[in-house]
Structure formats: structure tokens, C-alpha cells
Design a protein around this ligand. Sequence first.
Ligand SMILES: CC(C)(COP(=O)(O)OP(=O)(O)OC[C@H]1O[C@@H](n2cnc3c(N)ncnc32)[C@H](O)[C@@H]1OP(=O)(O)O)[C@@H](O)C(=O)NCCC(=O)NCCS
Length: 189
Amino acid sequence: MDSLAAHFAAPLPTLETERLLLRAFVAGDAAAVHDNLQDDRIARNTLTIPHPYPAGAAEVFIAGHASAWTDGKRATWAVIEREGGALVGAMGLAFNHAHHRAELGYWIAVSRWGRGYASEAGARVIRFGFDVLQLHRIEAHHYPENPSSGRVMQKLGMTHEGFHRAVVWRNGTPKDNVSYAILRSDPRP
Ligand SMILES: CC(C)(COP(=O)(O)OP(=O)(O)OC[C@H]1O[C@@H](n2cnc3c(N)ncnc32)[C@H](O)[C@@H]1OP(=O)(O)O)[C@@H](O)C(=O)NCCC(=O)NCCS
């Protein structure tokens, strides 16, 4: 087994930051996920989260994470406040191993916006991707009407790389994307 395969054979590691714990989702997180994702201010800024968020969707979302990690496709962490233990978001990497890269995706509970949580958790995940998984590049994309996510990408040390017109299809409508990336050799905040 090569060293990368060994990572995916082991459980998803828990990562810590000053205020947050990033751990694997468990079935008991479904109610918190469901409550958070009811808010269209999260759903409309993502590629796949439906609105209204249907009953049972959180369970399906959580159930897929373990095999996605084991198969080396995705790493998805629940973002937990260390003080009080509330689930306040999700942070993930979707891998493209042929090109040693991954796409970073995230959401944070609306009640916790503006506290620096996305930046704090994202920096930890980027460190894991580069230092442990030996990725070469981590990219992220946001809709033009979601500048706070672009600000998170800037705070993560990502470089603005481009504007992609009508690159994704969302709710029957083509949508533009603003793209950022960071290389392993780039300075990190
Ligand atoms: C984007 C999101 C993850 C940010 O989470 P967060 O924990 O509030 O992010 P942070 O506090 O780390 O940073 C947000 C930054 O955006 C800035 N910001 C907020 N509103 C802004 C706006 N309208 N225009 C520009 N910047 C804005 C904040 O001031 C902060 O920057 P600062 O620290 O320099 O002041 C959160 O809003 C979210 O979950 N949105 C919905 C889902 C989503 O967009 N996911 C990402 C898809 S690409």
C-alpha cells in the first residue's frame, strides 16, 4: 500500500484549530445539518444544496461521507465549536489524484458568519491537504454574487485565477464562477 492509500484506509483524521474541531460526520449530526441548511442564504451559494432542504437529505449527505473518504474521492469534516460543541458548518476536499489537486468547499451556519470560522477551518484543511496528503494544488470557486466566499479564499492565501462564464448549471440556470487556487509552494497565511 502506498502512503496515500494508507491515509484513505485509516479513518478521516480529526483536525483542531484554536476555536474549532473538524471531525468526521456522525449520524447524530443530521438534525443540526438539517436545521442549518434550511437557510437559503447557504443553499443558494452552493452548487448542490437544495432549497427547501428536504427531510432525509441530511441523513443521505452524512451517510455518503465514510465511503467517499475510503474510496479516496472526498474528505468532509463537520465543523464543531470547541466551546459548547455546536455543529457550525462543513468543510471538504474533493480529490483529483491524477493531477494531485483538490477542490475546497464549505458552508458555515448563518448564526456564526463573520467570526472568521471559514477562514480558520479552511486554513487547517489546506494544511492537511498539502502537508499530509501531499496535494500540489487546492482550488475553490464562488458565484460572483457571493463575495464573502471570495474574501475567505483571499484570506486562505489563494490567488484569483479567473472568471468562468456559465460554467455550472444551477436550478435550471447557467451560472458564472470566480476561481481561486493555492499551490503547495505558495505562501500560506
Ligand atoms: C462564505 C462563508 C463560508 C463565509 O463564512 P464565515 O465564517 O463568515 O467567513 P469568515 O468570517 O472567515 O470570512 C468572511 C469574510 O468575508 C467578508 N465579507 C462579508 N460580507 C462580505 C461582502 N458582502 N463583500 C465582501 N466581503 C464580505 C467578511 O468581512 C470577512 O472578511 P474579513 O475577515 O476580511 O473582514 C459563509 O458565508 C457561508 O457559509 N455562505 C454560504 C455558503 C457558501 O457560500 N459556501 C461557499 C461556496 S463557494
